[in-house]
Design a protein around this ligand. Structure first.
Ligand code: NAP
Length: 282
């Protein structure tokens, strides 16, 4: 299932009940913005956040409930956990009083497994572990979601709608894939930003003023990304389409595609990130 807006798909406003967001930082805040932009009534949202921004506090005038006592939270359809993984062992067990019989818990915490969530919450809780990425902040993220066996079709549709507010959604049944997902799409934006940095430095070395080199690199990386996004062609075809035999691009690609070139380097990088993700998950 890849499309966030498949024909006939439910929208967030179709789901009854309260959505509880725990942690309205960078990622939780982006999700909340997406939900409200898609028409979820602020009055359906409870946010638990120790240091709310003025923007978040202002949403209370539209009915959003900020840090209410647990007894005031009723009819929870979903709890979305977007706190740092390090604070999870102390925070997650405190969410148990918010669980209703039909609540699905969605965690976007890196490295926190379904087994951890199961042990920190009540037995038989419906759980989804997900890994988003930073382009979620502009609605262009991609999230991979892994459910446990307790998640019903309706709960899955609700989670899909919650995640689709920040971009594409992919579902996997094998939670073990999450380490590689983290290494590719979770950490991937940093690799792309590094590409822009490296291209800037190389342009400066080639004699360009640093400001111009930075501008060229930024526009080239972001413009090419958008071209890739809009094109039906695969990346290899797009690359071949801008490479004339014996030309300047071919000269550069001879270096980047050498046996010790970019593919091998990227492979090593993704392997290292996958291994680190496994280590952090314990
Ligand atoms: N950012 C990404 O690109 C990305 C990608 C994939 C996954 N994730 C995952 O998303 C999660 C959030 O990351 P982030 O970048 O959004 O971090 P963040 O900006 O630090 O947001 C975490 C928020 O949780 C709040 N918080 C701390 N203790 C809390 C508590 N007891 N109850 C409720 N809220 C509490 C924090 O408040 P304070 O500031 O007061 O501590 C902060 O506002 C992490 O688990 C991360 O692994 C992030």
């Amino acid at each position: 299932m890849t499309t966030p807006t498949a024909p006939g798909a439910r929208t967030l406003a179709d789901f009854a009940g309260t959505i509880v967001l725990v942690g309205a930082g960078k990622m939780g805040g982006a999700m909340l913005d997406g939900w409200l932009a898609l028409g979820l009534p602020a009055a359906s949202v409870v946010v638990i956040e120790p240091q709310p921004t003025p923007e978040l506090t202002a949403l209370t005038s539209r009915g959003l409930k900020l840090n209410p006592p647990p007894t005031a939270v009723r009819d929870t359809s979903a709890i979305v956990i977007a706190i740092k993984p390090q604070v999870a062992p102390t925070v997650v067990p405190t969410l148990v009083p918010l669980l209703a019989p039909d609540t699905v818990v969605l965690s976007i915490m890196a490295g926190r497994t379904l087994a951890f969530l199961e042990s920190a919450l009540a037995p038989n809780t419906a759980l989804v572990r997900a890994m988003p990425n930073t382009p979620a902040a502009i609605g262009r993220g991609i999230t991979v979601a892994a459910p446990n066996a307790k998640v019903s079709q309706r709960q899955r549709e609700l989670v899909h709608a919650l995640l689709a507010a920040t971009g594409l959604v992919e579902w996997v049944t094998d939670e073990g894939l999450m380490d590689a997902v983290t290494a590719v799409s979770g950490s991937g934006p940093a690799y792309v930003f590094l590409l822009a940095e490296a291209l800037t430095l190389a342009g400066t070395s080639a004699g360009l003023p640093p400001d111009l080199a930075a501008k060229l690199a930024r526009a080239t990386v972001s413009g090419s990304g958008e071209l890739l996004n809009r094109s039906p062609l695969d990346p290899a075809t797009l690359r071949q389409n801008v490479t004339s035999p014996g030309g300047t691009t071919a000269a550069a690609l001879d270096v980047l595609m050498a046996p010790d070139g970019m593919a091998q380097l990227m492979n090593k990088a993704v392997m290292a990130a996958t291994k680190r993700s496994r280590e952090l998950a314990g």
